[in-house]
Design a protein around this ligand. Structure first.
Ligand code: HEC
Ligand code: HEC
Length: 281
């Protein structure tokens, strides 16, 4: 198939248009007097209904492009090479402990993020990998969202492809889950939006040339390649992007609240198969 460039441009500008549009501003104004406590919304549509609308709206455009070749597949291959590359003062590679091509880590990603006692907080997969580099290899932690960090994270996650997400919010994880959820519902920024207003309350609604997604599937396909970035990126990069669109200040990668929110969002995706790398507009 040949890629229809015009279609891409139209869709990309649609994202910009949505953000710029006053459409949602009127929602925000209408809700501006609501109190700060969590007010849960009833999802406007079920995830099945959203999937149906998505197909009607975009066709199978992204699937087709991903089939043509997802550029993130090359990043994944680089991650596989990094896995067996020796680094740090102890002369080890990841493969020294976790087996050739990570065979002992199959399924490991399904339970992340999770509570970690040494952190007294939530440990994402990215954080676990950096802990291994530092503590087990004597190597420098990788900078979050750097190419190598994403590649390794993507490779380790791909070892769980097709396996069902199964994160726990029991016991000590619970308060962090609650914090992540509260953050998702918190109004912020000049527009006084919350994440939940769009991805729960108005999910499945058309806003000009855009369709807002239901959050059920938000955590099953990251890291993903995104056309808008022309790059592979993480779920937390997406958090930062949407935070900026809300005209609020994005938090640093792997900050406490983003890790808590990643737990909350991954819990919503429990029971879905991991599918990385994703491909998004
Ligand atoms: C010297 C051995 C060693 C090396 C080298 C090592 N790890 Fe680990 N890794 C461990 C041990 C032991 C654990 C179990 C948890 C702990 O003790 O921190 C672990 C845990 C993990 C987990 C979580 C597994 C689970 O089931 O929760 C992942 C993912 C992981 N390592 C990835 C990596 C990656 C990627 C690298 C290379 C950057 C690496 N490790 C290097 C020993 C190692
Ligand atoms: C003004 C509405 C709006 C708000 C508020 C908003 N988003 Fe989004 N978000 C979008 C749009 C539009 C997209 C791109 C299309 C889609 O997937 O919905 C998107 C995409 C996403 C995606 C990627 C979905 C996928 O399938 O890959 C994630 C994750 C996400 N947003 C998280 C958040 C988080 C976290 C917040 C709060 C910090 C937030 N969003 C706030 C509109 C919004």
């Amino acid at each position: 198939m040949t890629i229809d460039k015009e279609k891409i441009i139209v869709m990309l500008s649609a994202v910009a248009l949505l953000i710029a549009s006053g459409l949602f501003y009127s929602y925000a104004v209408a809700d501006a007097n609501a109190s700060d406590t969590i007010k849960e919304y009833k999802p406007s549509v079920s995830s099945q209904e959203y999937e149906k609308r998505y197909k009607e709206f975009y066709g199978n455009f992204t699937e087709q492009m991903a089939e043509e070749g997802n550029p993130a597949d090359l990043t994944l291959d680089d991650g596989r090479d990094l896995f067996s590359t020796v680094a740090g003062s102890k002369g080890k590679s990841c493969a020294s402990c976790h087996g050739k091509d990570g065979k002992k880590l199959k399924g490991a990603a399904t339970s992340y993020p999770k509570y970690d006692a040494s952190l007294k907080g939530i440990k994402t997969l990215a954080l676990q990998i950096n802990m291994c580099r530092k503590n087990k290899m004597g190597a420098k932690p990788m900078k979050y969202e750097s190419y190598d960090q994403l590649a390794l994270d993507l490779f380790v996650k791909s070892l769980s492809n097709g396996m069902l997400i199964n994160v726990s919010i029991n016991g000590p994880a619970r308060p962090f889950y609650e914090k992540g959820k509260a953050f998702y519902y918190k109004r912020m920024g000049q527009l006084n939006f919350s994440c939940a207003i769009c991805h729960v309350k108005y999910a499945g609604h058309k806003a000009r040339a855009n369709l807002i997604s239901n959050n059920r599937h938000h955590a099953d396909h990251w890291p993903s390649y995104r056309l808008k970035w022309a790059k592979t990126g993480s779920l937390q990069r997406r958090f930062r992007g949407c935070t900026k669109n809300m005209r609020a200040k994005p938090l640093p990668y792997q900050s406490d609240l983003y890790r808590d929110m990643e737990l909350y969002m991954t819990y919503i995706s429990n029971g879905l198969p991991i599918k990385v790398p994703g491909f998004r507009m």
